[in-house]
Design a binder for this molecule. Structure first.
Ligand code: ADP
Ligand code: ADP
Length: 226
């Protein structure tokens, strides 16, 4: 089944001098449920913009975006993870992960149990009562990942989630994300500028190339998973 259909999706931003910059030219793609898509390209080529359009946080200048069945343009539940973990500094790890459950009115017991499971899943069991400031950058990012999974999203969006981490932690986190995607069956769209990361994680890689002109292209590479 189709998770997501992008049709000639494009974004232009107004610039300060009154002009326009073409951030994403025209992207068409069909993403199936359970796929792991990496969006790869140099910085400034429009990766974040494409992801933010998928998230519904940036409005496309033209083109369309549909979820699941055609004509279904409402957003499914999605989890999102940014390069820098945006955690609430005065909330414990447990309370940070529980937050999306609180927002949708999940009963206290249920959300506490769910949060504990997720904290375990990302390898942070024992750190529930710590504050973010007491954790390393990698651990904070794990908290953000756990929180993004709180509502069992069908769609997980990640924008260079490990960009700020050292190589070792990064490798560990890659394994973790791979495991989570396999276990949850969620569709993942993962922005990265690392070819190695894209090749390791994704079953399809969309390569966006920066050009001297304002045109951006997307190239699709299919990778067979073992
Ligand atoms: P397929 O039909 O096998 O999907 P295509 O060669 O039509 O392959 O497209 C390959 C990729 O390039 C697709 O992801 C598609 O979204 C993208 N693509 C095709 N045409 C354009 C375009 N004009 N601008 C940007 N991306 C494009
Ligand atoms: P990437 O994620 O690949 O680094 P972005 O999507 O962040 O690329 O940016 C693509 C292009 O759009 C860049 O030229 C960037 O300067 C421009 N851009 C991004 N966000 C905005 C914005 N809010 N306003 C104006 N220009 C923007």
């Amino acid at each position: 089944p189709v998770a997501l259909e992008l049709k000639e999706l494009a974004k232009r931003y107004p610039t300060r001098d009154g002009g326009m910059v073409q951030a994403v030219a025209s992207v068409s793609a069909t993403i199936r449920q359970g796929e792991f898509i990496a969006i790869l390209g140099p910085s400034g080529c429009g990766k974040s913009t494409l992801l933010m359009m998928i998230a519904g946080l940036v409005r496309p200048s033209s083109g369309s975006l549909t979820f699941g069945k055609p004509s279904h343009d409402t957003h499914p539940d999605f989890g999102i993870v940014f390069q820098d973990p945006v955690l609430f500094p005065w909330r414990t790890v447990q309370a940070n992960v529980e937050l999306p459950g609180e927002v949708v009115g999940m009963p206290r017991e249920q959300r506490a149990r769910k949060a504990r499971e997720l904290i375990q899943l990302v390898g942070l069991a024992g750190f529930e009562q710590q504050l973010p400031s007491e954790l390393s950058g990698g651990m904070q990012q794990r908290v953000a990942i756990a929180r993004s999974l709180m509502l069992d999203p069908q769609l997980i969006l990640m924008d260079e989630p490990f960009g700020a981490l050292d190589a070792m932690t990064r490798e560990q986190m890659n394994l973790e994300v791979q495991r989570i995607s396999l276990e949850s069956g969620a569709t993942v769209v993962f922005v990265t500028h690392s070819i190695a990361e894209a090749a390791f994680l994704a079953n399809r890689v969309f390569v966006m190339s920066g050009r001297p002109s304002t045109v951006r292209e997307i190239v699709q590479v299919d990778i067979e998973r073992p």
